[in-house]
Design a protein around this ligand. Sequence first.
Ligand code: PLP
Length: 375
Amino acid sequence: MSAVNSHSAGAWLSIDLDAICDNWRLLRALVAGGNCAAVVKADAYGLGSRPVAEALYRVGCRHFFVAHLNEGIELRPGLAADAAIYVMHGVPPGAEPECLAHGLVPVLNSCQQIAAWQALANARGETLAAVVQVDSGMARLGLSDVELQHLSRDASAFHGIKVSYVMSHLACADDPLHPANRAQLARFTSARRLWPMAPATLANSSGIFLGDDFHFDLARPGAALYGIAPVPGQPNPMKAVIRLQAKVIQTRQVLAGEGVGYSFSWIAPKDSRIATLSVGYADGYLRSLSGRGSAWLGAHELPLVGRVSMDTITVDVSTLPEHAVQPGTLLDLIAPQHPVDSVAERAGTIGYEILTALGTRYHRKYLQASKPHST
Ligand SMILES: *Cc1c(COP(=O)(O)O)cnc(C)c1O
């Protein structure tokens, strides 16, 4: 699966497909109707859309959401025909035949996208499936109230289109007490009257935890599948999925008063031993972790000192005996005990950004009991 060899690689990324499958099962069990999709956009949040979707298919997932048409085209050959792949951005103008040819279902977000999909259906004399997205208040994607009124007066607007789901997306689902959640639910419920027979989908990961009212016929979690806490500030019920480890390139002794790294943003307060690791912001180890991140050897925390460079970071290993940290030693940067959310917090961002920033230079290892992975 990985193009990068374990010995030659400077850093390793393990992705636990079994944990992703367990997380999907846990979410499915929470959803009132028991119907749960998987959002695998942005290469499954950086973890690999093909291996992730194929693993989820094997445990029963049959609904997959991507953002771009090209993501759907890439994913399609990995999944059997009974798996639906929905393209959330809809189809770029003119690419409708391509979308259909690849067996993808567009999410239609505007009257223009509806008209273009309908034109293709009519030209072929067929009925084509689509999801229709309504804007219930986020003002990002989906039919506006004005467009909905316009469509409600046009009896033929959906002639030739089979509405698989009516969809919307929540802006504030990670804040269970935010009044926007109920307001969006009300607007979504009212908009659905235009398609009284069509099933509906509203909840992302956090939305599932807002309660049964938000579940409708299909939930659409992404982040929680990948181990991100669905309700910030609450205990995380999801299993950790990734472990990121960087190799030590070399260690050195620095004297009190010597600067380390760009701009000498860290000056050794006393004689110290510094290890240089083979990971940097080009690998998605964010520069905002300068002076704030840590590496770990087991439970032993090793503070990052100085700036994050493009290809390296430096950590203070003075608190460990010399033999414990040697060239080739792997240190944890993200691990089940040091989860992606807490790394994100130190970086001043969210777990989503940490995952989707993960770079291409890692040796990637997919863990799966049923299908042990080669390197
Ligand atoms: C990304 C996305 C999701 C998944 O959201 P998570 O917060 O990652 O669970 C669901 N629906 C839409 C429309 C999205 O853009």
